[in-house]
Every structure is written in structure tokens, then in C-alpha cells.
Design a protein around this ligand. Structure first.
Ligand SMILES: N[C@@H](CCC(=O)N[C@@H](CS)C(=O)NCC(=O)O)C(=O)O
Length: 122
């Protein structure tokens, strides 16, 4: 199984617990990377590249986005290429509405849309 989410977290951190609960509620599988706050793991240069605020948790997404039409792959990309990342989209939408478990967010689309093909392909 490919795991597209990696959670950098610390067991005693309530901030981490909040995210672990949200992921469990949505039954999302993630790769776990433990950060030892008491040993200063949040200041490790490699970790700071991921989270310049030196805090946990950090959730990294790397999810494939693929679309097939009649068995032919038309689109293939990854969430890391989104112009507005998943967290920005959720934060923006949450300003205007209450998101519930199971809600689906339709965002933009990767290249490969039939209307933009030459010749146009539907
Ligand atoms: N706004 C952030 C806050 C994250 C945060 O403050 N994390 C704490 C643990 S709960 C932390 O990493 N502290 C590290 C430190 O103070 O050195 C969130 O809710 O995720």
C-alpha cells in the first residue's frame, strides 16, 4: 500500500494528538515520524526545512491524483503540485462554512483535460 501522508508528531503533544484524532476519525493511514521535543528534535535542521516554526505536528502530503477515461490515463499528478495546498484550501473554506467528516472538496485539476487538448478530446 502506498501511504501518501506523513505525520511528524510527538506523543505527549496535544497539538499532535489533535491531528492524530482527526486522521483516525477520517480513517486516513499515515506514516509516523516521531519528533522528540525534549531532545530538541523540533530544531533539527532537516525538520525545520519542513516546519520553519520549529513546532509539531507537521503533516506532509504526497498523494497521487489520477484520472482515467474509458481505461486510458488522462491525468497524473500529485498533491504536492497543487497551487494552493490542501491545508490552505481547508483553511479558506473553513472561513465560510463548517466542514464535516466525509465532505468532499473539489479543487482545480491537473493537466490533461480533454477540452484543452488539440484536437479537443472528450
Ligand atoms: N498552531 C500550532 C502550534 C503547534 C505547537 O505549538 N506545538 C508544540 C507542541 S503542542 C511544539 O511543537 N512546541 C515545541 C516547542 O515549544 O519547542 C498547531 O496547533 O499545530
Amino acid at each position: 500500500m502506498t501511504v501518501g501522508l506523513t505525520l511528524y508528531h510527538a506523543p505527549p503533544s496535544t497539538c499532535s494528538q489533535k491531528v492524530r484524532l482527526a486522521l483516525a476519525e477520517k480513517r486516513l493511514v499515515y506514516q509516523s515520524q516521531l519528533i522528540d521535543l525534549f531532545a530538541g528534535g523540533q530544531h533539527d535542521p532537516d525538520y525545520v526545512k519542513l516546519n520553519p516554526n520549529h513546532v509539531v505536528p507537521t503533516l506532509v502530503h504526497d498523494l497521487g491524483i489520477r484520472c482515467f477515461l474509458n481505461g486510458d490515463e488522462r491525468q497524473s499528478s500529485n498533491t504536492r503540485h497543487l497551487i494552493f495546498n490542501l491545508w490552505e484550501q481547508i483553511a479558506e473554506l473553513s472561513q465560510a462554512m463548517t466542514l464535516e467528516p466525509g465532505d468532499v472538496i473539489f479543487s482545480g485539476t491537473p493537466g490533461g483535460v480533454g477540452m484543452a487538448m488539440k484536437p479537443m478530446t472528450m
